[in-house]
Write a new protein. Structure first.
Length: 286
């Protein structure tokens, strides 16, 4: 962002040009917190400004965290968001990570998120801070904020384009499939919305490559730490909890394993979940 490299990426340039030609609206989707584990607020500000400066209507869909960040930090995060956003950009929906970033593939939870973002179905409030204030009043903190909509923006533009601002692909594959893939069968959808185009910050899967472009295509990395250690003839131990294997060095391909033969992998049991930010235990938790 700081160097301006993103503005030179062909996928983003084409995306903006098509939006200008079609008079479509852009919907930016992803985590809207300052934790920097799943995405970065500054990146979202800059990209939203870039799109707004191009004369394009822009809506944002904010996912609050509460697990990798303090459980009641969304209020401050959203306040900073609103203060930094261009006036032409509006927050259309807010929801907690349980509905948007959970790894358990809970179809009923994800269905509520899709219904809010695509069809504006869910609780309606005058603005994003009101969503958070109401949730806190019910003792439902950042992780479990129910997908809710800004009542002023419940009828979005028909022509949609959805860039997705997530660093970690394991969270977003099912969400994007539910929105972009006509053959998606993970849960019943009210309708298959027609999206004029979609781009992501990176490539999320081979299947999704047929439905969207990547601003920054995947790169092959060489001389990474595991390779250097193996070349030195040293044994290496890597540990991770099972649900994190998709984003840890353990989850390398068979080819990588053959390149790094002296490698010992260990999966640590995940501590049993206990409700800390919600008055009830959510049904899809272990």
């Amino acid at each position: 962002m700081a160097s301006g490299e993103i503005e030179e990426q062909p996928a983003l340039q084409e995306f903006i040009a098509r939006l200008q030609q079609s008079d479509g609206a852009c919907h930016l989707i992803g985590a809207g917190v300052a934790g920097r584990v799943h995405s970065h607020q500054t990146m979202r500000f800059d990209l939203a400004k870039m799109i707004a400066d191009a004369g394009i209507q822009c809506f944002m869909h904010i996912w609050t965290d509460g697990r990798d960040t303090p459980p009641q930090s969304a209020g401050e995060d959203v306040a900073r968001f609103l203060a930094a956003l261009p006036r032409e950009v509006a927050i259309a929906t807010v929801c907690g990570r349980y509905y948007s970033m959970d790894r358990d593939s809970a179809g009923s939870a994800l269905a509520r998120l899709i219904a809010a973002m695509v069809d504006a179905e869910g609780p309606r409030f005058p603005d994003a801070p009101s969503v958070i204030a109401d949730a806190y009043g019910q003792k439902k903190f950042d992780e479990f904020i129910i997908p809710a909509c800004d009542r002023r923006l419940c009828r979005h533009a028909r022509r949609r384009r959805h860039p997705l601002l997530q660093f970690r692909a394991d969270r977003v594959r099912e969400i994007l499939a539910a929105m972009l893939d006509p053959a998606f069968s993970g849960f019943p959808r009210k309708r298959v919305v027609k999206i004029a185009g979609a781009v992501g910050m990176t490539q999320y899967s081979d299947e999704l490559d047929t439905h969207m472009q990547a601003i920054f295509p995947s790169q092959s990395l060489t001389h990474i730490l595991g390779e250097v250690v193996a070349a030195a003839g040293r044994t290496q131990l890597r540990t991770a909890e099972p649900r994190n294997i998709h984003t840890s060095p353990i989850s390398s391909t068979a080819a990588a394993r053959s390149r790094f033969p002296a490698r010992i992998a260990s999966w640590c049991p995940r501590p049993r979940w206990r409700p800390t930010t919600c008055s009830r235990k959510c049904p899809h938790r272990n």
